[in-house]
Design a protein around this ligand. Structure first.
Ligand SMILES: *[C@@H]1O[C@H](CO)[C@@H](O)[C@H](O)[C@H]1NC(C)=O
Ligand SMILES: *[C@@H]1O[C@H](CO)[C@@H](O)[C@H](O)[C@H]1NC(C)=O
Ligand SMILES: *[C@@H]1O[C@H](CO)[C@@H](O)[C@H](O)[C@H]1NC(C)=O
Ligand SMILES: *[C@@H]1O[C@H](CO)[C@@H](O)[C@H](O)[C@H]1NC(C)=O
Ligand SMILES: *[C@@H]1O[C@H](CO)[C@@H](O)[C@H](O)[C@H]1NC(C)=O
Ligand SMILES: *[C@@H]1O[C@H](CO)[C@@H](O)[C@H](O)[C@H]1NC(C)=O
Ligand SMILES: *[C@@H]1O[C@H](CO)[C@@H](O)[C@H](O)[C@H]1NC(C)=O
Ligand SMILES: *[C@@H]1O[C@H](CO)[C@@H](O)[C@H](O)[C@H]1NC(C)=O
Ligand SMILES: *[C@@H]1O[C@H](CO)[C@@H](O)[C@H](O)[C@H]1NC(C)=O
Ligand SMILES: *[C@@H]1O[C@H](CO)[C@@H](O)[C@H](O)[C@H]1NC(C)=O
Ligand SMILES: *[C@@H]1O[C@H](CO)[C@@H](O)[C@H](O)[C@H]1NC(C)=O
Ligand SMILES: *[C@@H]1O[C@H](CO)[C@@H](O)[C@H](O)[C@H]1NC(C)=O
Length: 754
């Protein structure tokens, strides 16, 4: 008998026996049900020869098998799904997208034969996804259907290491109860559903506007069981939470001798809501809690992981900067994880080393990381690698394995933005580091529109040894993205080429992330435009050149009117229209302030400039309101939908308050005002328009000599506070049709929509 035949049979039996490729068949059944019987997936050992090449990790091979089926072999489940994705995009020209959803069902009834096999190999073992805060900025109210879309997107793009935070509080409450804390002591510590990420980080404690109900915790746990099971089925290693040490203040009642310190004050929050109490890892009870916490998760979900996320000093300074102290903290934390699960690996976000680089000198980082005596027991996310990498200055984290990550987006802000050079060239250069083990996405929010391409390209970069050619990448993206319209008009390629070379190619790194539109900021006469840093308001490209991308998209609809009913095109065109209008808002704002501050200011001129600005906002609201993905009401309805039980109606109000508060005041009293602002239909009309109206009215009754920002911002804040619990108009659905609204707006603003 042929040895290779025998080997094949054994591999096949092995695959069937452990059912391990079933998850990929299930994915096909979900997304391309008509082709559920047309693929063969199989786990293959590609042989020691090629495996011995250190620069190739997961590998796949796609061929046309016998019986007309497409055969996809991979060394891991993740490799098989990337091979499948490659066939779907390169050959069938279909893909799956955030928000707008899967387009994978738009395939021919017969799968094309593959002449030349498709092969690929990852240059890194890990492809990571999520930031702890993505679970609040984007996924706070996600349903199981939202998660299914996300997980299929991640699987097909090769992610094998996703963070899995849902359900954390289920076990936190249980270990706190075991310590003897009362429910009121415990629930006083927990934060609301839109703010859990920062409670988990130990930045905040408690909840404003209501108390987190047990029903929220239970339903998130139910959701988490499905999430982690699906992750495993798709070949991912879920990263589960660990016990961090942050505890209710009342800990000293139940553990009177416990070693506790208070963390630092976060973002100006009042003491009641911050300075979280931290149980020192050197306290023997720390390990006891850690064991209980981790074992509870593993018995609820199964032995599905050995990687745990654990952050103690994220925007929260250690009690002491003493090197021995810092080393002790990590040493004891590491020991606690090992006591809970001898296989455990500690994953941490490396954000602190950038955000508080004044505290985190190299000596301190070295002492802190040194407490984990086995380098391979840690995994560091170099969180903001595209702009503020820390791996060079820390000598590759002093040998600890680390992952090159792109943040790109803060607070789910929406400016069209990219640092294409940085996310293609720099990760390849990072192979100079001997402890680089992955690439990842660590965006704060996934609210992206056309920005999705910036995430896709980094994950694809993980399968390419040289920097991806972005010109080709964009062309391929366009050819797949609008393939529902069969032949894609040339002007759509031109539109994306313009965006590639303008908004997506920021090289002036005084601005380092997705920009925010000033229309979402609390109005003032100065300090609004040209902000730099990682919450920039700069426009780092020629807005007139950018607007030509809009013109190209519009002319594509002339060439191909069916684009108007293509959901992907609708989604993208709304986003590009939004950006053009947001850019023009700066011009109108500047004009308003200039009319007011000029030596011979005339009320009529101020009034006129003010009404133009407000009219632009109303029109922008109309554009956004044509698409459910850009609606305030969607966010609110999703929040409310989680309310259940006897108090469902007041719980729904609490969830709605959380949803509204996060995207506006962010805190009971605007502690981080407008950080997570959004350009959404319904939010512009109900929130930003009234704020700018207050501003225009204020300018009409003041002069530069009498302008008083405190008086103005008091009025704006008082409006904002009222809006938090105003539940009117929460459920306005899609309002208006895109072609009609676009044509109206085009006529109203001929200067920008040429
Ligand atoms: C391993 O990868 C390197 C880098 O791409 C390549 O030059 C080399 O030929 C490969 N070796 C084998 C045995 O495949
Ligand atoms: C936990 O703390 C309590 C109260 O201070 C103490 O009695 C107990 O011995 C500690 N547990 C362990 C495992 O050290
Ligand atoms: C922590 O803060 C609380 C509340 O302000 C205070 O009562 C307590 O004494 C502080 N604990 C320590 C250890 O500093
Ligand atoms: C809270 O943290 C700040 C430092 O961020 C510190 O000055 C203050 O003393 C802390 N308060 C308590 C009660 O821990
Ligand atoms: C570190 O912990 C040990 C006990 O585990 C203790 O003896 C020592 O004083 C600690 N060092 C510092 C600097 O905290
Ligand atoms: C989980 O499984 C792995 C591999 O089989 C094993 O090494 C590890 O000890 C297990 N963990 C627990 C907590 O049982
Ligand atoms: C981005 O701009 C820089 C500087 O102008 C240029 O060198 C580079 O080729 C551009 N890259 C892309 C992807 O357009
Ligand atoms: C990002 O790319 C630019 C060129 O576009 C380069 O000047 C800069 O050094 C890169 N940034 C980092 C952090 O490597
Ligand atoms: C980069 O942006 C900053 C802030 O907008 C600006 O001052 C500077 O001139 C820009 N640099 C270049 C080279 O364009
Ligand atoms: C608002 O503008 C005034 C006047 O220029 C300035 O003094 C103040 O600092 C600005 N406020 C903020 C929050 O930027
Ligand atoms: C903002 O930057 C642009 C481009 O550099 C410049 O034309 C404009 O005058 C700046 N505006 C303000 C208010 O600084
Ligand atoms: C500015 O307005 C605030 C709030 O209304 C008021 O307290 C303050 O006295 C005013 N300042 C001046 C200089 O009028």
């Amino acid at each position: 008998m042929n040895f290779f035949f025998l080997f094949g049979v054994i591999a096949f039996l092995g695959a069937v026996q452990c059912q391990s490729v079933q998850g990929i068949y299930n994915l096909v059944a979900r997304r391309l049900p008509q082709h559920r019987n047309n693929f063969d997936f199989c786990l293959t050992d590609f042989g020691t020869h090629s495996n011995s090449n250190q620069s190739e990790f997961d590998q796949y091979l796609v061929t046309s098998g016998p019986n007309g089926k497409i055969k996809i072999e991979g060394s891991t489940l993740s490799a098989i799904s990337v091979g499948l994705h490659r066939y779907l995009t390169d050959v069938l020209k279909v893909d799956i997208y955030w928000y707008v959803g899967s387009q994978l069902n738009h395939t021919p009834s017969k799968l094309p034969h593959l002449g030349t096999p498709l092969r690929g190999a990852s240059t890194v073992p890990w492809r990571y996804h999520f930031n702890t805060v993505t679970f609040s900025y984007t996924a706070a109210f996600w349903s199981w259907e939202d998660w299914e879309l996300e997980l299929d997107w991640l699987a097909l793009r090769g992610v094998n290491l996703p963070l899995a935070w849902n359900g954390n509080e289920k076990f936190l409450v249980e270990v706190f109860r075991e310590l003897g804390l009362s429910d009121s002591e415990i629930f006083d510590f927990l934060s609301g559903p839109a703010f859990q990420a920062w409670n988990r980080f130990g930045n905040i404690q408690g909840s404003w506007g209501g108390t987190l109900p047990q029903s929220w915790i239970d339903s998130q746990f139910t959701l988490q069981k499905k999430i982690v099971q699906r992750m495993v089925e798709l070949g991912m290693t879920p990263v589960l939470p660990a016990f961090t040490g942050f505890v209710p203040r009342a800990i000293s009642r139940v553990l009177p001798g416990a070693a506790i310190v208070n963390g630092s004050q976060w973002s100006g929050f009042p003491l009641k809501y911050t300075n979280d109490t931290f149980l020192e890892p050197s306290d023997p009870n720390f390990t006891k809690i850690q064991k209980s916490f981790i074992q509870k998760q593993l018995s609820a979900y199964g032995n599905i992981t050995y990687i745990f996320t654990l952050d103690q000093y994220n925007e929260n300074n250690p009690f002491s900067g003493d090197l021995g102290y810092l080393r002790n903290v990590t040493f004891n934390t590491w020991k606690s994880l090992k006591a809970a699960d001898p296989a455990s690996i500690w994953l941490m976000q490396g954000w602190l080393f950038f955000s508080n680089s004044a505290f985190w000198t190299n000596d301190r980082i070295k002492a802190y990381l040194g407490g984990v005596e086995e380098d391979s027991d840690m995994l560091i996310l170099d969180l903001f690698s595209e702009s503020q990498p820390q791996w060079q200055r820390t000598d590759s984290y002093f040998g600890k394995p680390w992952i090159w990550c792109q943040v790109h987006d803060y607070g789910g802000n929406q400016g069209i933005y990219g640092q294409l050079d940085n996310v293609t060239i720099n990760p390849v250069q990072a192979h100079n580091s001997s402890s680089l083990v992955g690439y990842g996405l660590t965006m704060e929010g996934q609210e992206v529109g056309v920005n999705e391409i910036m995430y896709a390209i980094l994950l694809d970069q993980a399968w390419s040894k040289s920097p991806i050619d972005s010109e080709k990448y964009f062309r391929d993206w366009v050819s797949v993205r609008y393939s529902q319209s069969r032949s894609v008009p040339n002007s759509l390629y031109s539109a994306w080429e313009i965006m590639r070379t303008t908004a997506f190619n920021n090289t002036n790194l005084t601005s380092q992330a997705v920009s925010k539109s000033i229309l979402e900021l609390s109005p003032n006469i100065t300090g609004m435009v040209n902000r730099t840093g990682h919450h920039p308001t700069t426009v780092n490209y020629d807005p007139i050149k950018f607007a030509k991308a809009w013109t190209m998209m519009y002319s594509a609809t002339r060439a191909k009117p069916s684009l108007w009913s293509n959901p992907v095109f609708q989604y993208d065109f709304v986003d590009v229209t939004r950006q053009v209008m947001a850019n023009y808002f700066i011009t109108l704002y500047t004009h308003l302030v200039d009319s007011w501050s000029s030596a011979n200011a005339k009320p009529a001129a101020i009034r006129d400039a003010g009404s133009k600005l407000l009219a632009l906002l109303s029109d922008l609201d109309k554009v956004l309101s044509t698409n459910e993905n850009y609606l305030l009401s969607k966010w609110i309805a999703e929040a409310r939908s989680w309310a259940s039980g006897v108090n469902a109606s007041s719980v729904a109000s609490f969830y709605e308050y959380n949803a509204r508060n996060q995207i506006t005041l962010w805190g009971p009293d605007a502690e981080i005002n407008d950080y997570a602002s959004k350009s959404w239909g319904g939010l512009i009309s109900s929130y930003y328009v009234p704020r700018w109206q207050i501003f225009v009215d204020y300018l009409l009754k003041t002069t530069p000599a009498t302008y008083n920002y405190t008086a103005l911002s008091d009025q704006v804040l008082s409006f904002g506070l009222g809006w938090q619990s105003d539940h009117s108009d929460s459920f306005a659905g899609v309002n208006g049709e895109l072609p009609k609204v676009i044509n109206e707006v085009r006529k109203s603003w001929p200067t920008i929509f040429a």
